[in-house]
Design a binder for this molecule. Structure first.
Ligand code: GDP
Ligand code: MG
Length: 216
């Protein structure tokens, strides 16, 4: 009973700080995407592809969350854009306070779009608003078509689903239509993209959509 009460308090405080983040970033004209997935679905790989396409067209900032290492920040740093690594030391999700502190390390006058790579996990991160404008869940073709049904809060709370690793389809029993149907059962408003971060398939369409969102 006590644990539930504490959870409620923690989430309420998280939501309040998330709202502060949202206001502060909006005031600066910054659009924020929160990227979520299970470990290894391709968050960093897709982010790298997006950066390759959009660098020079729009000022990008990245906050990367990881339980232990700064490997992902190193991958992003190659592109010479503002990157902040949050190491959660075991916590399975980012929260709005971590993001609030990370934002302080970014020169917000030189950022128009901020990508936050969350900790790889399809459960906990769905409860934690970070102050994002759009929540993107990435699912890869290797994970099993029923994952949207198994992790409904993640798919319900997302605005966009990217089905990644479509280059592997010839080798798998994955049924992309089944993933889409399952996801749309949970959230009929999901916008869906199909990508291969390795081959670059579908990245242009995704980037066009991101640019449209930023302009609005
Ligand atoms: N075949 C294939 N592999 C991919 C694709 N996207 C990512 N990977 C691989 O999947 C692994 C995990 O990718 P990563 O971007 O680190 O995933 P993250 O943990 O979600 O950030 C890496 O070995 C990537 O090279 C893809 O579209 N196709
Ligand atoms: Mg990563």
């Amino acid at each position: 009973m006590k644990i539930i009460e504490l959870d409620k308090k923690v989430l309420k405080r998280n939501d309040e700080i998330a709202e502060e983040n949202r206001k502060a970033l909006k005031q600066k004209g910054i659009y924020v995407f929160n990227l979520l997935s299970s470990p290894g679905a391709g968050k960093t790989s897709i982010l790298e592809r997006i950066i390759q396409r959009l660098k020079g067209r729009v000022d990008i900032g990245v906050i990367v969350g990881d339980v232990q290492t700064d490997n992902d920040a190193k991958r992003i740093n190659k592109y010479k854009i503002q990157t902040v690594q949050i190491i959660t030391n075991g916590a399975c999700h980012l929260d709005s306070k971590m993001v609030k502190n990370a934002i302080k390390k970014i020169d917000l006058n030189n950022v128009k779009v901020l990508f936050i790579e969350n900790v790889g996990n399809l459960v906990c991160p769905s409860n934690f608003d970070l102050g994002e404008d759009v929540r993107i869940v990435i699912m890869s073709t290797t994970e099993g078509d029923d994952k949207p049904l198994k992790y409904p809060p993640m798919f319900y709370s997302a605005d966009v689903m990217i089905i990644n690793k479509i280059d592997l389809l010839p080798h798998l029993s994955c049924n992309v239509d089944e993933i889409k149907n399952n996801a749309l059962k949970i959230n009929p408003n999901l916008k869906i993209f199909e990508t291969s971060a390795v081959k670059g398939t579908g990245i242009d369409g995704l980037c066009d959509w991101i640019m449209d969102k930023i302009k609005k």
